[in-house]
Design a binder for this molecule. Structure first.
Ligand code: AMP
Ligand code: TRP
Length: 333
């Protein structure tokens, strides 16, 4: 049986290799399977949990759509829309925030990381962000949610919220309990400057990530400057655990090329990193450059991107408004 796929990406600019290998690559594969119904959401309501420049946000919404299409998602076969245009998301988030418990949200590590030391100054939206994410998923009876490893905890919370709602209102099976789809290996791509830190849009140094809009020369330069340790290339898999930068670079190479880790390690065992880095750069350029060229081309076709969103919004709204109507009945409105 086909899966009902839902996932979201925040339009906060600088989509990078971590987003691609951790999530978008998987979206494309799921979308290529004609059995699946796929919905990919540009989560602009999530984006404003931290300050955004309105003009940039508007551009980033389009850029996220362009990235989806340039990466190979077929807008004819999936629903692509932005969250703010389907009001059921905000509404369901409120209702579900009455189901979610403080104790559950207090455990969310992403909030702790993003809020930093001064939690008093974090927005309430940043705190309740995972409840909105649960609303996104549950409104569409999604069965599978492809995400990077950092979203695993949010998905567990979504499952808890769905179960509690079903129990509290005695509506067995009303909300479907979604399964996460997380890559088995290298579901967390790390920074090129620190193998223990996640590759992230918000990292100050641009050298820490490969952006999907990077030019060939930028990619080569960033890989040349990527941090390694002083040892030669590892000669067995066990070494990787103690060598996070080597592990990350080899993992990226493996994800890009489909080559097994064992094979890569065997081929480069004991060699200098520079030789491996040349191969890695080439694999990155082969994969990212066509995407980057296509994104830039699509950004000049605003009407086309806006049309994808408006058609997607109509379809999403049809589904979500039916579900929110049922939610109203269940809670007694
Ligand atoms: P975001 O840009 O935070 O909305 O993330 C979009 C998707 O990319 C989510 O599924 C994330 O889990 C995934 N993602 C973000 N950063 C990374 C990373 N460094 N490694 C793997 N997946 C990531
Ligand atoms: N929180 C996710 C992230 O930062 C984005 C997101 C929002 C999402 N709603 C979602 C992912 C629903 C999957 C399903 O990456």
């Amino acid at each position: 049986m086909g899966k009902k796929i839902f996932s979201g990406v925040q339009p906060t600019g600088n989509l990078h290799l971590g987003n691609y290998l951790g999530a978008i690559k998987n979206f494309v594969e799921l979308n290529n399977d004609n059995e699946n119904d796929c919905i990919f959401c540009v989560v602009d309501l999530h984006a404003i949990t931290i300050n955004q420049d309105p003009k940039e946000l508007r551009n980033n919404i389009r850029e996220t759509v362009a990235t989806f299409i340039a990466s190979g998602i077929d807008a004819e076969k999936s629903i692509i829309f932005n969250q703010s245009q389907v009001s059921a998301h905000s509404e369901a988030a409120w209702i579900l925030s009455c189901t979610a418990r403080m104790g559950w949200l207090n455990r969310m590590t992403q909030f702790k990381e993003k809020a930093g030391k001064d939690k008093e100054k974090a927005s309430i939206g940043l705190y309740s962000y995972p409840v909105l994410m649960a609303a996104d998923i549950l409104l569409y009876d999604s069965t599978h949610v492809p995400v990077g490893d950092d979203q695993k905890q949010h998905l567990e919370l979504c499952r808890d919220i769905a179960q509690k709602f079903n129990n509290d209102f005695n509506v067995n099976d009303f909300f479907k309990i979604p399964e996460p789809l997380i890559q088995k290996e290298f579901s967390r791509i790390m920074s090129l400057k620190d193998g223990l830190k996640k590759m992230s849009k918000s990292e100050l140094s641009d050298l820490s990530r490969i952006n999907l809009t990077d030019e060939k020369d930028q990619i080569i330069n960033k890989i040349k400057k990527a941090k390694t340790d002083p040892l030669p290339m590892p000669s067995n898999i066990d070494e990787l655990e103690k060598r996070p930068e080597a592990k990350n670079l080899i993992g990226i190479y493996s994800s890009l090329t489909g080559l097994k880790l064992e094979k890569i390690i065997k081929d480069f065992s004991g060699k200098n990193f520079s030789e491996f880095k040349e191969n890695l750069s080439q694999a990155l350029v082969d994969k990212i450059n066509p995407i980057s060229v296509e994104i830039k081309k699509l950004l000049n076709e605003k009407n086309y991107l806006d049309k994808i969103l408006s058609e997607g919004c109509k379809k999403a709204n049809d589904i979500a408004s039916r579900k929110i109507k049922k939610i109203h009945e269940i809670v007694g409105f």
